[in-house]
Design a protein. Structure first.
Length: 345
């Protein structure tokens, strides 16, 4: 077991102290630092991006070749950490506790410590990790004009305004598959330089919003669907991703139920929980979004688009398109042409 002590005044020092313990090379660019490691201790990278509104993001995409524990001291740099475990698992505890809490794949954790306290994050060897830490420096964050913590749940509000770090707080969230897609987008932003930073910032706002919504739902006692276990929800999420990637296929409840090995009732419960829609509503939503994207990015005519996305009736497509977006497909296409023409002038 390797224990790594982190006693840092900022995120750059976290990366430096990690490097001192596990090796690797640090690469800096555009407010980002990345520690690349490929040795007997670990393989992968740990990335940090710092923003000017009291927020930074730390992304672990790494495999440790031995059990590793990060012992993080709550110095003056003592953020609120909103953590999402996209892949793998880890254990967390405060230094005053002996009991460790397991954070599994797709689970959330919100945590902060008292000044001079310690957080322990334990990672098992040979476990592929993809973990997202959004870290909020409270004094800097509260200076931002658009920040309105008064709208938060009272317990979470108290965490944000505790700028002297007088209290500990931890919340181990339930399974949250909705957040996974947003975290993936954050981890896979392809642009470079300032554009990349701006895109990441937008995703961080979205993920923070989902963390807070998830916390509020659990605080109010909103449970997972009692008819479903975690493994079944994962199957339904996989099915939802398939529909997203291949909207034109001929889907029906019988076939989808057989494909994932779940009853139609469980299938509907899972889609309502994960996507806030029935199966049919979700398929229709995905197809309409695909149609709108094709109108933006291709020269296909409306009839071609209708059949490309899996509809068989142009009149039905036009009807539900207008219900969803407030304009007909032809009107939407004309708006796109008009924007392109204006932009070219």
């Amino acid at each position: 077991m390797k224990e790594v002590l982190i006693s840092a005044k900022d995120t750059r020092e976290i990366i430096e102290q990690l490097q001192q313990s596990i090796g690797g090379e640090i690469i800096d660019s555009w407010g980002k630092s990345r520690l690349d490691v490929n040795n007997n201790t670990a393989k992968g990278n740990i990335r940090v991006v710092t923003f000017d509104w009291g927020v930074n993001v730390m992304i672990f995409n790494i495999i440790f070749h031995e059990d590793v524990t990060l012992k993080i001291e709550a110095t003056e740099f003592n953020p609120v950490r909103f953590i999402y475990n996209l892949n793998g698992e880890f254990y967390h505890r405060f230094g005053i506790n002996s009991r460790e809490e397991l954070v599994e794949q797709f689970q959330t954790l919100i945590t902060t410590n008292k000044t001079d306290g310690f957080d322990y994050f334990k990672f098992k060897k040979d476990t592929e990790l993809d973990i997202n830490f959004i870290q909020i420096i409270r004094k800097d964050f509260l200076k931002k004009r658009t920040t309105k913590v008064s709208s938060l749940n009272s317990k979470l509000q108290n965490v944000f305004v505790d700028t002297d770090h007088e209290n500990r707080f931890s919340h181990y969230g339930a399974l949250n598959l909705k957040m996974a897609d947003h975290v993936k987008k954050l981890h896979n932003v392809k642009q470079k330089g300032m554009v990349k930073i701006l895109k990441m910032e937008a995703q961080i706002y979205q993920i923070l919003s989902l963390h807070i919504q998830h916390y509020n739902r659990q605080s109010q006692g909103v449970p997972l669907p009692t008819s479903l276990v975690k493994s079944e929800l994962k199957k339904i999420r996989k099915l939802g991703n398939k529909i997203l990637k291949e909207p034109s296929l001929d889907y029906n409840l019988d076939d989808l139920s057989a494909e994932c090995g779940l009853s139609q009732a469980k299938l509907q419960d899972g889609f309502k929980f994960l996507f806030s829609r029935t199966v049919t509503e979700y398929i229709r939503h995905v197809r309409l979004e695909s149609a709108r994207e094709l109108m933006r990015t291709t020269d296909l005519n409306i009839s071609q688009i209708v059949y490309t996305i899996g509809f068989t009736s142009r009149s039905y497509f036009s009807k539900i398109f207008k219900e969803k977006y407030g304009v007909t497909p032809n009107q939407f296409r004309k708006q796109m042409v008009s924007k392109i023409t204006v932009g070219a002038v």
